[in-house]
Ligand binder design. Structure first.
Ligand code: SAM
Ligand code: SF4
Ligand code: SF4
Length: 340
């Protein structure tokens, strides 16, 4: 099947990115994503047979690429929990027309060997989440008592393996870790890595989100700019979610993702596939399209291709632009379910 016939939605946004969640499980319990009181020992996760197989994921991915997708990000849950992930990476890297293959992880399972084998399988880049350099704050935020030092080792392992530039994502929550913004910027200036500061979002319905807990992109930029002067840099491509800022002294760049205060729905080109094969056209959607049902019913490629195209053509999502008291109460898919 020839790649690259791009489908557009009702707002003329092309389908360009696909985020694939390979598991709904995670070894962390970040309070903003999988609060332990809800995702405790009695929580029922998907069973193995519910999950898309690697063959099903690779087939779906190939058909997304044939509809215009150029970039795939593997995510979760914690994607490195899924066994033999290298095998999936290898299958995806072989898809004709795919330009960028990357992964988001909490870094806890990213040993030097794992980083090398993911790179060898064809992974190009990696994003590692790290919310604080203060060990006590970080352990409290991941609620799994996981230390900062181990994530810093994972960052080094990724860079050594050539998964560069490594991006480091910090979700900023007021009064929880926002006093660590400057430390994070300082630590990774001149490192070749790119720190991205993310506004805390109202994803899902379980994290008890309040606007008051959000530190705006503007405030983050002001705080960092007061310490080290910065200037805006051009986006790398249409639909890039992070605003780029460059240090004037040449120490590299940072990114700021203002999902709440600076919504970017107008250029949102992202589709998401959950671990059990639901196709979502928005991070804040209540329901997705059952692609697994289509994949498991003997449907030929051409029809799966059309099914994907038809869902995207009908897409009108712009949740972040119309976020209000009214939308806040609506039922939304959880972040651990479809990834960031
Ligand atoms: N477990 C992996 C990790 O943490 O990197 C991948 C999945 S996680 C859902 C992807 C990203 O979403 C992480 O960087 C995480 O910090 C971010 N995230 C989760 N909940 C969020 C929220 N409520 N607001 C902003 N970002 C969030
Ligand atoms: Fe796990 Fe990532 Fe969610 Fe934290 S943000 S609970 S590491 S899936
Ligand atoms: Fe895209 Fe939905 Fe986020 Fe808007 S709210 S940027 S449409 S995922």
């Amino acid at each position: 099947m020839s790649p690259g016939v791009t489908v557009h939605d009702t707002l003329a946004r092309p389908l360009r990115d696909l985020r694939i969640s390979v598991t709904d499980r995670c070894n962390f319990r970040c309070s903003y994503c999988m609060p332990r009181d809800i995702f405790g020992s009695s929580f029922v996760f998907l069973s193995r047979s519910d999950l898309l197989t690697f063959e099903e994921i690779a087939r779906a991915a190939r058909l997304f690429v044939a509809n215009g997708v150029e970039k795939i990000r593997l995510t979760g849950g914690e994607p490195l929990i899924r066994r033999d992930l290298e095998r999936l990476v290898e299958m995806l890297a072989a898809i004709d027309g795919l330009r960028d293959l990357t992964l988001t992880t909490n870094g806890s399972l990213l040993t030097p060997e794992k980083a090398q084998s993911l790179r060898a399988a064809g992974l190009q880049r990696i994003t590692i989440s790290l919310d604080s350099l203060d060990d006590a704050v970080f352990r409290a935020m991941n609620d799994a008592n996981f230390p900062v030092a181990a994530v810093l080792e994972a960052i080094d392992a990724a860079a050594t393996a050539g998964l560069a530039p490594v991006k480091i994502d910090m979700v900023v929550k007021r009064r929880i870790n926002d006093d660590g913004v400057l430390d994070m910027a300082r630590r990774f200036r001149d490192s070749g890595h790119i720190v991205r500061f993310i506004e805390y979002m109202d994803v899902g319905n379980t994290n008890g989100w309040r606007l008051d807990d959000v530190v705006s992109a503007r405030e983050i930029v002001e705080r960092i700019g007061r310490e080290w002067p910065i200037e805006p840099a051009e986006p790398n491509y249409l639909g890039e979610v992070a605003e780029r800022w460059r240090y004037l002294d040449g120490a590299g760049e940072i990114g700021v993702i203002g999902s709440v205060t600076r919504p970017f729905c107008g250029t949102c080109t992202r589709a998401r596939l959950s671990a059990e094969g639901e196709f979502f056209t928005c991070l804040f959607a209540g329901r997705g399209f059952d692609l697994r049902g289509v994949l498991r019913s003997g449907t030929p490629d051409q029809e799966v291709l059309s099914a994907i195209a038809n869902v995207w053509r009908l897409r009108a999502d712009r949740y972040s632009e119309i976020r209000s008291e009214a939308t806040r109460g609506t039922r939304k898919v959880e972040m651990y379910h479809i990834g960031g």
